[in-house]
Ligand binder design. Structure first.
Ligand code: XUL
Ligand code: CO
Length: 433
């Protein structure tokens, strides 16, 4: 035991009337909703990087957090793991997620990185065994170190491609060893700053080939988890190749991988792309590539990726409505890829941020489940499209322009517009919040 969270109790469900900061008001892990516990529906995960590796910097200033485990030794990496698992247990989050660089000391070369990662993975395995906390996904950080400044798979230097491929292999090995349920690829530097120095054709081919290798390795190793791409439109590069769900789908189709790879959709990234979170979720569902979510919002005024804990229940309700319409999570879950504000220095800030995030998700999820069970929105939607369920409607889709033209003339088809009833539906949603 470390003393980092000293005095902070384990967080329990106390219900909406509780005045206790250190309690859940809405997240009741054992409550059964639509045939499953909330714990199994929401599948919460904590992100190692923001909570334990991020020093609190912004473009105008460096470290604000002063954590006793900051430093580049294996001993400190183990202290960091001790504190992280203590937080997972205080919150009773069933999962965590990590990048290699969050958890291991940075080595002088590839071999040292791998040795350090292996040592931490062994330490994690023991802690996971002791606590029952599981790995939602693992991933490789191919964006922070200066060697990746011009990309990982898409780098003009083949040595960086090689270093990246080898690093992905070690991170997939770590994920498999720890029983991870997914492997994530976020292409942080897979994009460009200026077309003047960029061969877009080559870079797309390199990225496609790397993804094919990842899929091949998954099958070679018998990994049953999902390979997930996390779309993001910009930041750190000016233009990223994984812009949004639609762009990722086009990319997967191009390389014949649409049946192999799904998406990890982050609310903040959806906002940056000019979409709503629910738009991205619904599109992924319709394309058959919905996998998992990173649950962190952006500030709507700032225009960059602020990675804040979710606290807007109406937004959560619409998001989980789409998750439920997709059939819920299978291997995926709700990962808080969220960080504290840089002035939130205290250990309790870290706990309360997660408590609030979990409660906001739970409240939104409950509203979503109630809306879906009541079925009112679905009845209204079905009714709006009911013309397509008639024989004439269905025949249109197998017709051709000439036959349709002849029918319109013969029957004097003259459509009357019908109300979209948006305000009624919005009022209806608000009744569940
Ligand atoms: C960056 C981001 C990453 C990915 C994992 O915006 O979301 O933390 O989730 O690499
Ligand atoms: Co993310």
């Amino acid at each position: 035991m470390t003393d980092f969270f000293k005095g902070i109790p384990d967080i329990k469900f106390e219900g909406p009337d509780s005045n206790n900061d250190f309690a859940f008001r809405h997240y009741n892990p054992d409550e059964v909703i639509m045939g499953k516990t909330m714990k199994d529906h929401l599948r919460f995960g904590a992100a190692y990087w923001h909570s334990f590796a991020w020093p609190g910097g912004d473009p105008f200033g460096g470290q604000t957090f002063d954590r006793p485990w900051f430093g580049n030794t294996l001993e400190l990496a183990k202290m960091k793991a001790d504190v992280a698992f203590e937080m997972f247990q205080i919150l009773d989050v069933p999962y965590f997620c990590f990048h290699d660089a969050d958890v291991r000391p940075e080595g002088a070369n590839f071999a040292e990185n791998t040795r350090n990662l292996d040592a931490v993975v062994d330490y994690f395995a023991q802690k996971m065994d002791d606590t029952g906390v599981k790995l939602l996904w693992g991933t490789a950080n191919l964006f922070s170190h200066r060697r990746f400044m011009a990309g990982a798979a898409t780098n003009p230097d083949p040595d960086v491609f090689a270093f990246s491929a080898a690093t992905i292999k070690t991170c997939m090995d770590a994920t498999i060893k720890l029983g991870g349920e997914n492997y994530v690829l976020w292409g942080g530097r897979e994009g460009y700053e200026t077309l003047l120095n960029t061969d877009m054709g080559r870079e797309r081919q390199q990225a496609g080939r790397m993804l094919q290798m990842v899929v091949d390795y998954k099958h070679k190793m018998g990994f049953k988890g999902a390979i997930l791409i996390e779309p993001k439109p910009q930041e750190p590069t000016k233009h990223q190749y994984d812009y949004d769900v639609a762009t990722v789908y086009g990319f997967l189709k191009d390389f014949g991988l649409e049946g192999e790879v799904q998406v990890n959709i982050e609310q903040g990234h959806a906002i940056l792309a000019g979409h709503s979170f629910e738009h991205e979720l619904a599109l992924a569902r319709e394309l058959g590539i919905f996998g998992s979510i990173d649950m962190n919002r952006n500030d709507y005024q700032s225009g960059w990726d602020t990675d804040q804990f979710p606290n807007n229940v109406p937004e959560m309700a619409l998001a989980y409505y789409e998750v439920l319409r997709a059939g819920g999570f299978t291997t995926g879950g709700t990962n808080f890829d969220a960080k504290l504000r840089r002035q939130s220095l205290d250990a309790e800030d870290l706990i309360l941020a997660h408590v609030g995030g979990m409660d906001a998700c739970a409240a939104g999820f409950k509203a979503a489940a109630a809306m879906l069970e009541a079925g009112t929105l679905e009845v209204a939607r079905d009714d709006r499209y009911s013309g397509w369920d008639t024989a004439e409607g269905a025949a249109l889709l197998s017709g051709d322009l000439s036959s349709i033209h002849d029918r319109v003339v013969a029957e004097d088809i003259n459509p009357e517009p019908r109300s979209g009833r948006q305000e009624r539906l919005e009022n209806l949603v608000n009744r569940y919040l």
